[in-house]
Design a protein around this ligand. Sequence first.
Ligand SMILES: O=c1ccn([C@@H]2O[C@H](COP(=O)(O)O)[C@@H](O)[C@H]2O)c(=O)[nH]1
Length: 314
Amino acid sequence: MSSTYIARLNQLTQQKKTAALVGLDPRFDQLPEEIVKKAKANHSDPNEMVAAAFEEFCKRLIDVVAPLVPAVKPQAAFYEEWGPAGSRTLCRVIQYARKQGLLVICDGKRNDIGSTATAYAHAYLAGSDPEASPWGADALTVNPYMGSDTLEPFIKVAKERGAGLYVLVRTSNPGSGRFQNLEADGKPIYEHVAAEVEAFASQAELSEGYSSIGAVVGATYPAELEALRTQMPHVPFLVPGYGSQGGTSADVASAFDTGGLGALINSSRGINFAYNKPVYQEKFGPDQWEEAVHQATLDMIDDLATHTPVKALG
Ligand SMILES: O=c1ccn([C@@H]2O[C@H](COP(=O)(O)O)[C@@H](O)[C@H]2O)c(=O)[nH]1
């Protein structure tokens, strides 16, 4: 497998012929009953019990989606909520997903002053060698709010290790414009961030025209997404907000180039808990939650392909 994050991502996207990204966001109150029952029978400590349930749920979910998609995105918060036991589960889930051939983007939105940023980068970014860091992720989401000097340590470590970064540029939440749209020097703050990210990306090693330095751009702001694609030609996008937050395949189509590269489109709740959605509930019972995950993933892949088919490897 190629050594830079972006080369691995492009290769897997072309192999799987989709840019669908499955979020791994376990929520205890929505887990299938059989998993909860087993965890309760085996653990008296509540945090250990939930962490065990998350581990089983995520590993079985990974088994279903690994043949279908190039990457998964665990959101660290859902694991950290359950203390050290939850963090251990996050670590095991990352390792398991990588063993199943998936790229793993840890959604931690980390950052701090430069020297602390280096510690974060060393902790999370393993890149091409899963053993290179304790958390072992291929890529990490990072927050640019403290300035570009705080991005530099991440970029340095990512380059050394063949890892990737996704810098928050235009987030999908309803209130994102409150700060990100504020104008400075005649343009919104998020466009300033975009310009910095593009400057870093254009100087980095490229694969199919993209660098390993990416941007988070929400599906919920399609006009901004389209403009940002033009402003950041070397930056691969991580696009959350598809599905549960209202973004559609039409909304995200502009993130892609004509070969279907340039973005990953994330869905977390829509896939994880498909068995609770009326459309899949009718077909699959609660015991068939994995079948519902499978069908929901296939449906997402088909939906994305209506606007942006990915060219297979030649
Ligand atoms: O702008 C952002 C950045 C990150 N997220 C994260 O993506 C998923 C979305 O989950 P869904 O269930 O598909 O809505 C979740 O982990 C968020 O923390 C985001 O939504 N928007």
